[in-house]
Write a protein that binds this ligand. Structure first.
Ligand code: ZN
Length: 347
């Protein structure tokens, strides 16, 4: 059994440490200027001692808070705790009820603000993050009376959701715009996606390494081969066996073999208006695999690149589970924040 431990931020009752810089003028010498007792909303600490200081340079006076305390009524730890409870599936009101069991009175609107603040924190953290391998996938979440398409980016290093865009994955230009900014910001060099054409195009344009999730590929190729086995003339069935084997082994030179098979088959299209014959379908399959082949094999040469996009799908799963019970998001930024921390495995 594995036990996951929730790490909350520490809270100090007081601090003897002195401020380093004046918030007004950046002066570095201070006089103590009395102290106050500040009541705090927290599960353990009920009040803290806060010293006031006076800047020797500009005479500005200010409070210097102990670790985990700010000018807010709640401790940093309580904000974090409220956000985690919400992420695990409680409504804002239920979080408020849970906290009342610890004699903490926190209104549901405060909980909402805490969730938003945690997301802002998370965003800031993500913007500084370096992500070499990024999993990208599209999903739909319940939005404003309708399903909203979103595009998610997951750090394949730690499985954390790092970016979320209000973008439809079937729109190559929108995908390109979103990914371009992200790649620059995070320093991405490889993306993992399913095999939609729009992703391959973007990867080429942005000069990114590209791994197509083999889970997806095997599913559709397996289905196509099964259909073709019923319809392709018997003397060509060996090609299906060979495709099967290539998919199983994924040799880096597989595209050369696929190209040779494509030439050997040598059927021409009967005409645009006619339905494709089974052999034409087989030929199209060979061509499609041949074109995409290198993006099936990237994981063999690049360390740290997985061969499926499972981590991204898990993040989407977490996000969707939470999104089912999310109510009352009126705007994309609000929804973005909620979904972002839902997709983050904070615990
Ligand atoms: Zn000063």
């Amino acid at each position: 059994m594995s036990i996951v431990v929730l790490k909350l931020k520490p809270v100090k009752r007081k601090t003897e440490e002195r401020p380093k810089k004046c918030p007004a003028c950046e002066g570095e010498t201070f006089q103590r200027w009395g102290w106050v007792t500040k009541p705090v909303k927290d599960v353990v600490v009920k009040q803290v001692k806060v010293y006031r200081y006076r800047c020797c340079h500009c005479h500005h006076t200010f409070r210097y808070y102990p670790e985990g305390i700010s000018s807010a009524d709640q401790s940093d730890r309580l904000k974090q705790y409220a956000a985690v409870c919400w992420t695990l599936g409680l409504s804002h009101r239920s979080v408020s009820v849970i906290l009342s069991g610890w004699q903490v009175r926190l209104g549901h609107m405060s909980v909402w603000r805490d969730v938003q603040a945690e997301a802002t924190d998370r965003n800031r953290h993500n913007q500084r993050k370096k992500v070499r391998v990024l999993g990208v996938d599209g999903a739909y979440v319940q939005g404003w009376g309708d399903k909203q398409p979103v595009l998610v980016g997951v750090d394949m290093g730690d499985g954390q959701l790092v970016a979320l865009g209000s973008v439809d994955e079937h729109d190559p230009r929108a995908v390109r715009r979103w990914l371009t900014g992200l790649v620059k910001q995070l320093g991405v060099s490889v993306i993992i996606t399913d095999d939609l054409f729009s992703y391959r195009k973007v990867a080429e344009e942005l000069n990114l390494g590209h791994q197509v999730c083999q889970f997806h590929v095997r599913r559709w190729v397996g289905r196509t081969l099964k259909e073709l086995r019923e319809t392709v003339p018997k003397n060509w069935l060996w090609i299906l066996d060979e495709i099967d084997q290539l998919m199983e082994v994924l040799p880096p030179q597989g595209d050369k073999r696929l190209y040779a098979l494509w030439k050997q088959l040598g059927v021409r299209r009967a005409g645009r208006d006619k339905p494709r014959t089974p052999l034409e379908q087989l030929r199209d399959l060979l061509w499609r695999l041949c074109q995409a082949w290198q993006s099936y094999c990237t994981f063999q040469a690049e360390p740290g690149v997985p061969w499926t996009n499972n981590a991204t799908e898990r993040a989407i799963g977490r996000m969707k589970m939470r999104a089912r019970t999310v109510r009352g998001y009126k705007t994309w930024p609000g929804m973005h924040n909620g979904l972002l921390i839902s997709g983050t495995a904070g615990v």
